[in-house]
Ligand binder design. Structure first.
Ligand SMILES: Nc1nc2c(ncn2[C@@H]2O[C@H](COP(=O)(O)OP(=O)(O)O)[C@@H](O)[C@H]2O)c(=O)[nH]1
Ligand SMILES: [Mg+2]
Length: 222
């Protein structure tokens, strides 16, 4: 019985890899840098995208595919910031897969997009196993979640190029030990960039913008 389960999982992941490869080719062709944005629910993915769209959209062309089980709520928030956005409703699925993303791409003006953000379904487990053809994985950890999360959910942090610690405005009011969190991240994902900010006050966001634009330049040049 257990052998069969493994085989089915392998098959699903193999199919995903094919779609992820096709997405990657499409991104390359259109010079799009694709960023898979991951976190638990409520860490601040949509808020970060709204902030990023408001502050960067005049410097670089952004677009967003956003995944949620139901509702268009996040897409509406992001559209309010004036960038192209498409909502993917996954129904009962706890993660986006490459095929769902591929279907959403026909609604995105890829030829005029520099950075495509893919807001994944809020979950620190399942999305880690499904590549979407992205160039970068960014994990947001909010201060209210606790500094031990990288130790409890290593796979998602181990595949991250960047870990953002959000909600730093709340640090004076909660027990979150940011130094311990930095130590835990250094143990679990020593090569990931760690950026701390508050989407509420905007403090620290400049480093995020600079890191993002530098990554685009590294992949596609000036
Ligand atoms: N205090 C504080 N709240 C934040 C910050 N960023 C996001 N939030 C709030 O956290 C909640 C969840 O944010 P949202 O962007 O919807 O998270 P998502 O589920 O990861 O997309 C909302 O009420 C936001 O206003 C922050 O930097 N500081
Ligand atoms: Mg959201």
């Amino acid at each position: 019985m257990s052998t069969r389960i493994v085989r089915i999982e392998e098959k699903i992941l193999k199919k995903n890899e094919v779609s992820a490869f096709e997405n990657r080719e499409l991104f390359k062709k259109n010079k799009v840098l694709a960023v898979n944005l991951l976190s638990s629910p409520g860490a601040g993915k949509t808020t970060l995208l709204v902030r990023t769209a408001e502050l960067l959209k005049n410097r670089i062309n952004l677009a967003v595919s956003v995944g949620d089980l139901q509702t268009e709520a996040d897409a509406e928030r992001i559209a309010g910031a004036g960038v192209p956005v498409v909502q993917i409703n996954t129904g009962t699925a706890c993660h986006l897969d490459a095929n769902m993303v591929q279907k959403s791409l026909s609604h995105i003006p890829l030829e005029s997009t520099d950075i495509l953000f893919i807001e994944n379904v809020g979950n620190l487990v399942c999305p880690a196993s499904f590549g979407l053809g992205e160039h970068l994985r960014v994990v947001i950890l909010s201060a209210t979640e606790g500094e031990e999360k990288p130790l409890k959910y290593p796979p998602i942090f181990q595949t991250a190029h960047c870990v953002c610690i959000n909600k730093t405005d709340l640090l004076p009011y909660i027990d979150f030990d940011i130094n311990k969190c930095r130590e835990n991240l250094a143990r679990i994902c020593p090569n990931a960039e760690v950026i701390e900010f508050s989407c509420r006050t905007g403090e620290g966001l400049e480093r995020w913008f600079d890191w993002l634009i530098d990554r685009w330049k590294i992949v596609y040049g000036e």
